[in-house]
Design a protein around this ligand. Structure first.
Ligand code: FES
Length: 163
């Protein structure tokens, strides 16, 4: 099978994930496979998702459904850093709304799902990360969790970490 978009390395990683399931349940690896495709490309185009569907032997529409349901998948190109801030109630009551406004103001954005003009940061809102005790909480590029983000800490974070 020749894949135009998924690299041999990504295909190998997806096969490794699919091998964790019985052959008739390869599709169970869809979330990991989408994560691998996104790691490679930065975002998931329709064509890339179709390749994931082919590799896992499942209808493309199922892959789109998963990709659109979870907000860790980028369906459009994002900035260099994707910052997702939790706006669920416990975080909202502990400053996440202010933190989001602060970030938007600093980045020149008018809301969520926007990217700063310099292409550096895309800001999104997300659901509880299970770290409510550290509210307000945000995740950078789906991997790095940052807690207790006061306006002062956010300023430092923008200057030092999101260069
Ligand atoms: S409500 Fe924000 S991490 Fe749980």
């Amino acid at each position: 099978m020749t894949m135009a978009l998924l690299s041999p390395e990504s295909l190998k990683r997806i096969e490794r994930e699919a091998a964790k399931y019985p052959p008739e349940q390869r599709q169970s690896a869809v979330m990991s496979a989408l994560g691998i495709a996104q790691d490679q490309n930065g975002w998931l185009s329709n064509e890339l998702m179709e390749e994931v569907a082919t590799v896992l032997g499942m209808p493309p529409v199922w892959v789109y459904e998963v990709a659109t349901f979870y907000n860790m998948y980028n369906l459009k190109p994002t900035g260099k850093y994707k910052v997702v801030i939790c706006t669920n109630l416990p975080c909202a009551l502990s400053g996440s709304v202010d933190a989001a406004h602060h970030l938007q103001h600093k980045l020149g954005l008018t809301g969520f799902n926007q990217t700063s003009a310099d292409g550096r940061v895309t800001l999104k809102e997300g659901e509880c990360f299970g770290a409510c005790g550290d509210a307000p909480v945000m995740i950078v590029n789906n991997k790095r969790m940052c807690g207790r983000m006061t306006p002062e800490k956010l300023d430092r974070f923008l200057e030092e970490d999101l260069k």
